[in-house]
Design a protein around this ligand. Structure first.
Ligand SMILES: [Zn+2]
Length: 393
């Protein structure tokens, strides 16, 4: 049967921005003008969070295909037809980010695109849905009075059930903070780059590991000295038996306390290692000390092997280990994937990113709510702003 092809279509001005009363190809659903185009560029990959829940983290792409502003008023995420999550206008305004901007917005000006950053936490014991779609209630100013309120359904996607890679820890010892980790911290989860013709988020699930000392300080002594930081010089270890895809070892140490100027994208990771974990999963370790990276392209590493030392190279404001898993060997042009660490303990939590940033800037003790006794966690992704102990080999 030939494809149906329409030609000479005239765009009805948004004056009829409502239901067009034509039955579409045997479906009972009437055709509808949808001035807000919806799609999901990267289907969510469900994973276990360290809270014991299943999480879905992904983006709903929105394009305002109209001549005036569109304000989404409600977004419902539907899993196999059931409402999993509802965002009201206030929640949307904190999660809708216009293309190329770092600040969120409440609406889309005419002819613009944005991403809505979604984080669905499934009820304990609830089945993982197969199909996700979205019901968006919106106000389209281009439509005539009486027709401006619309409900669209779109952005249908199949949940990506590829197995999540289970790995060992990237560090050893205690007092590590999972800074800017999944799923609502913005610095990694929303690090969208237009690269090689598409918007990519290789850092979607990245963590900036930092560490506090016995007095809960991130650094003690001069802020601008890397050696002042608790994590500086700690051994970085291979998370699995793997092959080295790429590494760098000769980038100079930056002065903590401010971001370096004139860093190119190619230099942003500083001294790094990328490991091929197999089955299209790759691990990136970034910002290590110059001269400390002891593995090279093509080397085989074994789990637990020291591959370098935590440093402050590349685009960094303080010594830390940036770690992420992605679907390709490029640290930029790849899709960030969840992963699960097979064994760690949660010993506490911080009040959040703002408190962490203050402690990192001032060297003052970080307020920590202790978890006593420590919570042993298996096969989970460490969520944001936890204090973590890794096994000491
Ligand atoms: Zn980072």
């Amino acid at each position: 049967m030939p494809r149906l092809r329409r030609h000479s279509f005239c765009l009805p001005a948004l004056a009829v921005l409502a239901t067009v009363g034509v039955s579409a190809f045997g479906s009972d659903a009437p055709e509808q003008m949808t001035p807000l185009l919806l799609s999901v560029p990267d289907a969510p990959v469900p994973f276990n969070g360290s809270d014991g829940r299943t999480h879905l983290v992904y983006e709903l792409a929105m394009t305002n295909f109209s001549s005036s502003v569109i304000a989404p008023e409600k977004v419902e995420v539907l899993g196999d037809g059931k409402v999993l999550e509802t965002l009201d206008a206030a929640a949307i305004a904190t999660r809708l980010q216009p293309a190329g901007q770092r600040e969120s917005a409440a609406s889309l000006p005419r002819s613009t695109a944005a991403l809505l950053f979604l984080h669905v936490i499934l009820e304990s014991g609830a089945p993982i849905p197969n199909q996700i779609t979205h019901r968006v209630t919106l106000r389209a100013a281009a439509a005539p009075p009486g027709h401006q309120e619309l409900i669209e359904t779109g952005g249908a996607t199949t949940v990506d059930r590829q197995p999540v890679v289970v790995i060992g820890p990237p560090l050893q010892g205690s007092g590590y903070i999972s800074a800017d980790s999944c799923c609502d911290a913005t610095r990694h989860t929303r690090a969208v780059l237009p690269i090689d013709g598409r918007a990519s988020i290789s850092q979607r699930m990245a963590v900036d590991w930092e560490q506090v000392d016995s007095e809960r300080r991130i650094y003690a002594g001069p802020r601008e000295k890397p050696e002042s930081y608790a994590i500086y010089g700690k051994p970085v270890i291979a998370v699995a038996d793997a092959t080295v895809v790429d590494s760098a070892n000769d980038q100079r140490t930056q002065t903590p306390g401010k971001f370096p100027s004139e860093i190119t994208p190619a230099e942003a990771d500083g001294n790094f290692v990328i490991l091929d974990l197999g089955q299209h999963r790759y691990a990136l370790y970034a910002h290590m000390q110059p001269g400390s990276v002891r593995v090279h392209k093509g080397d085989r590493v074994t789990r637990g092997e020291v591959i370098g030392l935590v440093g402050n190279t590349g685009n960094t404001i303080a010594p830390h280990l940036h770690f992420q898993v992605m679907d390709g060997p490029s640290s930029l042009a790849s899709n960030g994937l969840p992963y699960e660490i097979d064994s760690f303990e949660i010993t506490g939590s911080t009040p959040g990113t703002a408190a962490f940033d203050k402690a990192e800037a001032e060297g003052t003790p970080l307020t920590i709510t202790h978890v006593s006794p420590p919570k042993a966690v298996t096969d989970s992704l460490p969520l944001d702003q936890l204090v973590i102990s890794f096994p000491q080999r």
